[in-house]
Design a protein around this ligand. Sequence first.
Ligand code: ADP
Ligand code: MG
Length: 731
Amino acid sequence: MSGLRFQVVGEAFKKEARYVETPEEATSSYFGKYTFGKEQMSQYLSKDTVKKINEITKSGKPLDRSIADQVAAGMKQWAMELGATHYTHWFQPLTEGTAEKHDSFIEYAGAPGEGVIEEFSGKLLAQQEPDASSFPSGGLRNTFEARGYSAWDPSSPAFIVDDTLCIPTIFISYTGESLDYKAPLLKALDAVDKAAVEVCKYFDENVKKVYSYLGWEQEYFLVDEGLYAARPDLLLTGRSLLGHESAKNQQLEDHYFGAIPERVQAYMKEVEFEAYKYGIPCKTRHNEVAPNQFELAPIFGETNLANDQNLLIMSIMKRIARKHGFRVLLHEKPFAGINGSGKHNNWSLGTDTGVGLLTPGKTPQENLQFVTFMVNILTAVYKNNALLKASVMTAQNAHRLGANEAPPAIISAFLGTQLSQLLDKIENAEFEDGIALDAKKKMQLGIGSIPEVFIDNTDRNRTSPFAFTGNRFEFRAVGSSANCASAMIALNTAVAAQLKEFKAKVDEKIAAGQSKEKAIFEVIKEYIKLSKPIRFDGNGYSDEWKAEAAKRGLDCETSVPKIYDAYTTKESVELFTKTGVFTEKELHARNEVKWDTYTKKIQIEARVLGDMIISSVIPVATKYQGLLLDSVTKMETVFGKEKALKLSEKTLQSIEQISEHIAVLNNSVEDMVNARKVANKIESEKDKAIAYHDTVLPFFDTIRYHADKLELLIDDEMWPLPKYRELLFIR
Ligand code: ADP
Ligand code: MG
């Protein structure tokens, strides 16, 4: 019965670390070799073309065909020299991960049948029409006008995976609506660039561009491939729907930053080697808190590029894991009872003059700029706290947010004592108290001495979903499997709109005759007061905070389908339309996709759970119960009824318990199926998702409770599913 489980456990123990050969040369010698980056461009394109590409990348203007042809020719030559035979537009539909459809370079040289040549034109580089009808669009495309097209994003370099040249693209419908994550991300980055440059000009006329920076930290679990295959839930849903806690878990805290297990170390090395080839600057690797949980983080980069790199590395991680006999779990909560996985988004803004706008400066002027951005960001997060939560919320991440390990399902910002004190001070000060935009003058407010304050920013708070960590904010609520773009679109757009509003207010005061410095100071003061409710440095896990947050008017909704409504409130529609990031139609369409995805996730989990109970758990439980009953009957033959019953007291108890658990399981699965049937009949995507949340999902806990009890009662040799201790401690 449990043959498979013991077989895979046995095999897993025999697997050894498998180190791949990496070059002897330094990493820098092959870093980015498989990307069409700066170096490759200068080698394969004319100086003039490179210049034009750079201009396009900076301005975001569309590409003209003659340049596209030259770029395509250079790219093809480069790619073919590295063994590429195919190319694909690589885009980010509203499903998870990325999509690609490979075409070979070959074309007939002349008439059909007369041999082939390799071709790749500017037209093919710039634009393609993948058959897009089966990608989610939320009703933006009827199937009869299913055409969408993908268009090259020159700001992210093309790269070669195996034999295929991958070209990062946006994906939009023929009527111009975004059908992906990249198109709106580029718009949001453009919006924040423009708005921030305007504000920077108060402090430095030379600023021409503001970059948004992203440094993601990717958490993941590794599970032996054989064990994984023996768990239908991991295989089909990416998380375990059943499984009693292991006697040993993460309570000894002996995994975090511990020595990395050999087999895992070999895996990490190969992932990094691959990543370097694609120019992904992997920096940090370590064990995470939970057993078999790990983290990988690169050096931060420009947000659009960093996000493409994250998507690429997620696929690299999956591919390489199989070579090492592992499966990588990117799900936010693969195992109940231990930590889930996040993808902290370290985020900041910086100018083309090299100033980090979230880095406290050396002069009072730089520090007034720092405080300006800090306060505007806090205000943006305050005004859009519901939206930011919606941007990271999924069926998977819901298991993590609000559990006692990750930020709660309430957005708040952590600043640390000193920065909080500084803002409090400004809030209660008058301009005349001493703001001076002269580096030499010492300011009474203390703005001039911020750098000393932040030399050692040890004041960390892991319970905060949005924490200031010295020179950046760390948006921790983002889930491990997510496309970071969702969070980055919401955050950058919110900050863009806020900076615009700030600028308008300051300009108004200046027009009314106030000095620039005083105008900035007064508007900052106003925003410090307004955004106060978002600031929280205490324990985000506590129940007191939930009550307090509600009092402060922060969004406390926990139902995933309802949280998505934050995208279509009056304020959000105004935010996205004014910044040009989404139209109202797009916002509604994208919510339809989110509700549909939510429903499908829960639906699949419910089916898998039902199947596992009916075809694995109950049969084994019944069989074991039969064995116990047999033993009681046999006792009777030997000892006579009265004595046998006395001797079998414990066994009889077990039999009863097993019967009870089986009965609850049978009933619950039946009720869950019925709840699903009712929910499936609902027309509206939103109402259906709500029905799945309210009436289907609650069965999961009941079912799991009884199945996990059975796991403890039944003979270990008979239990068919790899147990938590095996999934979490074999590596
Ligand atoms: P932690 O201590 O939070 O685990 P890590 O070193 O794992 O920190 O990751 C921090 C991430 O933040 C890295 O990707 C790092 O490059 C990034 N980072 C550092 N400074 C900035 C910044 N100014 N803007 C954006 N990201 C940054
Ligand atoms: Mg971090």
